[in-house]
Structures are given as C-alpha cells and as structure tokens.
Design a protein around this ligand. Sequence first.
Ligand SMILES: [Zn+2]
Ligand SMILES: [Zn+2]
Length: 306
Amino acid sequence: MSSNSLQARHGLGRGCVITRRACFSASHRYWLPELSSEENKSRFGLCALASGHGHNYELIVAMAGGLDVDGMVLNLSNVKHAISSEVTDQLDFRSLNEVWPEFDVSRSDGCLPTTEALIRIIWRRLSTHLPIVGLRLYENNSLWADYLGDVMDAFLTIRTHFAAAHRLARPELTQQENEKIYGKCARPHGHGHNYFLDVTVRGKIDARTGMICDLFSLQKLVDDLVVEPFDHTFLNKDIPHFIDCVPTAENIALHISDLLIEPIRDIGVNLHKIRLQESPNNAAEVYAETPRLEMIPESLQVTEKN
Ligand SMILES: [Zn+2]
Ligand SMILES: [Zn+2]
C-alpha cells in the first residue's frame, strides 16, 4: 500500500470540529469605583456585596481543523495543556477581579468579570494556542455565555422553567381525526409537561460593566411575559393565543419568541434563540434573528442539563 493511501485511511485532511470541557471555581464581585455605594447596590444587587461570591464554572472549547496523519484535529494532551496553562490553572480558586488585569476596575480600561466578559478574555488568551471556533462558559445550569470571536459580540442564555398542560387537537377536526394525527396527545382532558425554556440574547459587551444587558431586567421580562402567565395553566384554555392555535412545542416556542422579541430589543439586545424542551425526548428551537432550518450541531443536544 502506498504511503498516500495509508494516510487517507486515517482521514488525513478531512475537516472536523472537536470540543473539550474544563472546569474551574472562582469568585467575583461587581463593584465600580465611579459609582456610589447605593448605585452599586441598586445596579448589581447581591453581586455588589463586599465579600463577593463564587461559581463552579464550566468551559466548553470548540476547535476545528483538518485531521492529521494520526486521525486527530489536535493532540488532546496539547489541548489540555493549553487550556490549563492559559485558563484553569490561572483562574481556579482565585478572585476574578484580581487575577487578570482586564478585570482590574481601578484601571480605566478594566471591566467587571461577568460571564460574557470572562469568555471574551478566555478567547483572547486561548486563540493564540488553539484553532477555536466557539466557546461556551456556564456560570451555572441556568446562565451561560457563548462567544464566537466577534470582538465585543456575545450571546447570553438564561434557563427557566414552567409547568403547563395542553391538548394537541385542531378544533375543526373530529376526535377521531385528531387522534389519528396527534395520538394520545389528543385525549380530551389534556396532559402536562415540565418545560425548560432557554432564552438566548445577542449583544455588545459593555467595555466597563462587562455586560451585554442588565441580567435582572432580562430575567424579569421572561418571568413577567412567559413564566408567570404560562406556569400552572392549561395552555389551550388559559392563554388566548392557543384557543385557536394548536399548542405544540413548536407553536409554544414561536409564541414565546413573538412575545419577547420587542421587549428584549427595548433592553438593548436582540433575541437570538428560544429553545423549549418539552420532555427529555423532544425540544423546539426558534431562531428569532435569522430564521433557519438547516441542521446545526446544537440541535442535536437533546438532553436537558441539570
Ligand atoms: Zn456571580
Ligand atoms: Zn404534550
């Protein structure tokens, strides 16, 4: 066998995206010296407390490239070494405000160590060592940031949940016809789900606050417009939109997107995506900015993170 065909056998040159996960624990505090004590408290709430607080962060690094002669995009031991020397060894068990100069707010170019600001700096430090195509940083299971290298542009996702009942049936059809389409979901008295709702917004990271938007305002919008009105309801009867629109996961996600798109724009960011997980086995995603239907890797993430 020629050396060329031997190399081709191991996928030489074929493109692939790989991911690596790494964890670290760190503390932070949101406090800007140019604001009064009262202003810091009202803007940043408990995050302004002098003692600070901490998170168990989880970082996902996505890298892309052609396979080498050994059948790998990169040797994982080099990937592990780059991530630990550039990120986790430096941040683990440290105070984010103190460890990197980018978060020293006594400097005029310093900013607060928010999730979205942190992921941007991690990108800057890792991208000289690894062919990164995307980063995700979980602050916890209900808040994470994504960064794709677009200077100050970042994505922030909040996860929330609500419980609701529904019945899948088109009012203009007979019970028998509905059961043929929707199966058990068409039974007359409905059934329920614990829905997980992920709301992803896109915006510019503020150079000083490190935030793309006020997180409390975003959480309040989602609570006021979706969770509070939807939670513990029978969607078909209690939510006017679903009186004549069948409340499939797809339609619920689209309706939530319609409800949130304008109010989210009013707090200075764009609604990027709604992801509604109806059960461990099914979810619906709506891209509010650029509706798209093609398969993307994230659509394959079917399990909820708990
Ligand atoms: Zn925090
Ligand atoms: Zn159902």
